[in-house]
Every structure is written in structure tokens, then in C-alpha cells.
Design a protein around this ligand. Structure first.
Ligand code: PLP
Length: 415
């Protein structure tokens, strides 16, 4: 049989398999996946507001937002409209500055308007890891120094460079040797500040260490880090990839703490459900990247993609023009008041970025499997298996919170 004929026959068999329903959509063996909750095999058909719907029509309340992504929930009309309009115009041109792309320019302008004057220039990328990588490269270029400091308990991404920053040795060990001159210091320990010296290019930190189960930065520690960076010339980078926009009751999380960074990294929620990351700094600092020779000191094909920027603009405009951000602290309280149970040891976090700590990791794993069957989507944390996440879309309303808490409590009663 000729190769062509054989290929044609194979194609016909594949197509007929699909049409005769021999193709099993839940057969994910061709996909490399990482979850420890694979047995659930939820096949989501659609999502709207705070709800997901599976192929049997069963409804789930989303308490995860795709890990802090869907700030405005699913299928938000403003985002759908913005994406649809942009898709009618064009999807991708060229992002290095050759073309003026309206949505991208407008988003950079919007961010500059919302942020303090020294955070005025945006460099768009595709993900959180890339934003952090870009910020580190920028700080090396600007300071001409080499030492990078991060903190134990932190997560800043999975690429090789961001792995250097990771605050958990057992996750790093298989990939060693890593890049030199990265130092991991104790979080919230004032002594750690001594590591910031004349050789330090930057300090990368989260204001709330999410992967550790919402470990909040201590204000005195934050101030000490800020002061030492200013004193030595090291740049302070805030990883606000989960804490912004809107999630802590402010557009940007650092507003809650009253201390601002030299470089701000955003991703996840800023893309309104599409892949977008950004690192933002001052004109002066960013010029060391813009004027770097050879050119393209940091480059990415899709960074600032107009479709993603249109979704981002719609997200920021909606947050700004609504009362959603102002309502975050009240929603936080409703969760805390309605999540009282003998198995709940503590609730950590701020705003709508919460970790509910149970008595053990075994209990938590059992709880997560069962609560999903009860129509609640949550998960545990990379470095904290005792706790489950409450990171809902900020559009969640009082009734939805009460219903979610009722289901959580019911499932806890069954354990
Ligand atoms: C705080 C934080 N920083 C960085 C990242 C990396 O972002 P991405 O997965 O988009 O590369 C994440 C992702 O979970 C994160 O939570």
C-alpha cells in the first residue's frame, strides 16, 4: 500500500472514531499533566459568572478563579465584547514597536494612570514567570550588579531562572546546578535584610506568599527591605501576580501596605483570562533595556498581543468604574463569618486571597475531593497541603458566598 493511501485510511479511521463517539474526551493520556486530583476528571462545558458547568450540566461555584486569574469571573460581557471587537480587527502584528497597536498603547497608558508616577513604563510579556525574568534582567542591566535575593516560602514561576528564586529546596534540588548568585533568605526575619548589599541587583518578593498558604509580609520587615534597597541601590521587585488587580481591596496590592516597588510584576488576573504578563518601572530604569545594545535585551513574540491587551483593558476599566474593589473587604468578612467549623484551624490571607487551614493534609485532600463533588471548586497549595484556597472572582455576591460556605461546612461535617 502506498504511503499516501495508508495515511488517507488512517485519517478516515480517526474521523469515523470521532463521529462514532469511540473517541473518549476524558482520555487525557496524550496530555502531560500534574494534578494529584486527576481522578475527578471534570469536563467543563461552559462557565459564566462564578459558575462552571460540566458536561452533565452540573453547576460548580468557582472558588479558585483558575488560580487568581478570572477576577471578573467567567464570560464577563465587557471582556467578551472587547475580545470580539479586537478579533474583528486583527490578532497579531509585530510587538517590538514597529507598529502602533491601539489596545497595547492604551493599556500601558491605563497602567501608568493607575500607578504612582515612578511606575510609568510597561514591558508586556506572556506570563508571570516571564514578567519576573524580565524584571531580573532589567535590574541587572540597570544596576550592573549580579546578586539576586528572594525569600523562603516564595513562588515566582517555573522557568529555570524563576526556579532560582523558589523558596523550597526540595523543588529546586532535581534541577541543580542552577544559576549562581541567587540567595534565598528567611521571610519576615529582620536579619535577612543584612544580605542586601552593594552587590545586590534586586530583591524579589511577594507581599503575600500564596504558594505557602497566604503568608503575609510583616510591615516592619517590608519597610526594612525597602529602606535597605534604597540605601544600597538594589531594586525592589514586587511579584503581584496573584495579589493584583483588585483582589486585596485595592487595584494593586502594594497600596494596602503603603510601600511601592521599583519594578512591579503583574500577570494572571491582569489578562482578564488571556495570557498576559507585564513588568513596570520608571522611565529611567526601563531606559537601560530600551537603549541596550545589541537590541532585544529582552524580547518576546506575543508580549503585548492586542487581543490580550483588550481583555486586560476591559478588566481594569470594569474594576475602576464599579464598586467591586470597595466591596472586597466586606466579602472577606462574610467568608470568615460563615467558615466556622471544628476542623478549621485558621483562615489566612487578605481580601479575596484566602487559605483555609485544616487540621492535617490527609483531611484537606479528602475534603477537596469531596467538596468538588458537592459543587465547589478549590485546591490546596504547592507548599501547604493542610490548606485549601478561597480565591473567587471578585464579582461573587453575598448569596453565592453564603451558599459556598454552607457547602464547605456540610462537606466538613461528613469527614
Ligand atoms: C506569585 C506568583 N508568581 C509567579 C507565578 C508564575 O506565573 P506563570 O505561571 O504565569 O508563569 C505564579 C504562578 O502561579 C505566582 O502565583
Amino acid at each position: 500500500m502506498s504511503l499516501k493511501l495508508w495515511a488517507l485510511q488512517l485519517l478516515i479511521v480517526e474521523i469515523s472514531n470521532i463521529f462514532s463517539m469511540n473517541f473518549n474526551i476524558t482520555d487525557t493520556k496524550y496530555l502531560a499533566q500534574l494534578t494529584c486530583f486527576k481522578e475527578m476528571q471534570l469536563c467543563i462545558e461552559k462557565a459564566e459568572g462564578v459558575y462552571l458547568y460540566d458536561s452533565n450540566g452540573k453547576q460548580y461555584i468557582d472558588l479558585l478563579s483558575g488560580i487568581a486569574v478570572n477576577v471578573l469571573g467567567h464570560k464577563h460581557p465587557a471582556i467578551v465584547k472587547a475580545i470580539s471587537e479586537q478579533a474583528q480587527k486583527y490578532l497579531h502584528l509585530n510587538v517590538y514597536g514597529e507598529f502602533i497597536q491601539k489596545e497595547t498603547v492604551m493599556l500601558a497608558r491605563k497602567l501608568a494612570d493607575l500607578l504612582p508616577p515612578h511606575l510609568s513604563k510597561s514591558f508586556f510579556v506572556n506570563s508571570g514567570s516571564e514578567a519576573i525574568e524580565g524584571a531580573i534582567k532589567l535590574s541587572k542591566l540597570f544596576t550592573k550588579k549580579h546578586k539576586i535575593i528572594s525569600f523562603k516560602g516564595s513562588y515566582h514561576g517555573s522557568t529555570l531562572s524563576t526556579l532560582n528564586l523558589l523558596g523550597f529546596e526540595e523543588f529546586k534540588r532535581p534541577f541543580r546546578p542552577l544559576i549562581p548568585f541567587y540567595e534565598s533568605m528567611e521571610f519576615n526575619h529582620l536579619n535577612s535584610v543584612d544580605a542586601i548589599d552593594e552587590n545586590t541587583a534586586c530583591v524579589v518578593m511577594e507581599l503575600i506568599q500564596t504558594a505557602s498558604g497566604m503568608n503575609i509580609v510583616n510591615p516592619d520587615f517590608l519597610k526594612a527591605v525597602r529602606d535597605k534597597c534604597s540605601e544600597t541601590g538594589a531594586l525592589l521587585i514586587f511579584d503581584e501576580i496573584q495579589t493584583s488587580p483588585g483582589r486585596l481591596g485595592f487595584m494593586f496590592g502594594f497600596e494596602l501596605f503603603g510601600i511601592s516597588p521599583d519594578i512591579l510584576c503583574l500577570a494572571k488576573g491582569i489578562g482578564g483570562g488571556l495570557p498576559l504578563g507585564v513588568f513596570i518601572s520608571s522611565d529611567k530604569i526601563m531606559s537601560s533595556l530600551e537603549n541596550h545594545h545589541p537590541l532585544l535585551g529582552h524580547a518576546t513574540t506575543f508580549g503585548g498581543n492586542p487581543l490580550c491587551c483588550s481583555a486586560s483593558l476591559a478588566t481594569l476599566n470594569t474594576l475602576q468604574d464599579s464598586k467591586l474593589i470597595a466591596a472586597v473587604s466586606q466579602k472577606h468578612e462574610i467568608f470568615c463569618q460563615n467558615l466556622k467549623h471544628k476542623y478549621i484551624k485558621n483562615i489566612h490571607g487578605k481580601g479575596l486571597l484566602l487559605a483555609v487551614e485544616l487540621e492535617s493534609k490527609e483531611l484537606n485532600k479528602k475534603f477537596i475531593s469531596k467538596v468538588i463533588q458537592a459543587g465547589i471548586i478549590t485546591n490546596s497549595f504547592l507548599f501547604n497541603e493542610n490548606s485549601f484556597a478561597i480565591i473567587p472572582p471578585v464579582i461573587i455576591n453575598e448569596n453565592e458566598i453564603i451558599l459556598a460556605c454552607y457547602q464547605v461546612t456540610k462537606v466538613l461535617n461528613q469527614l
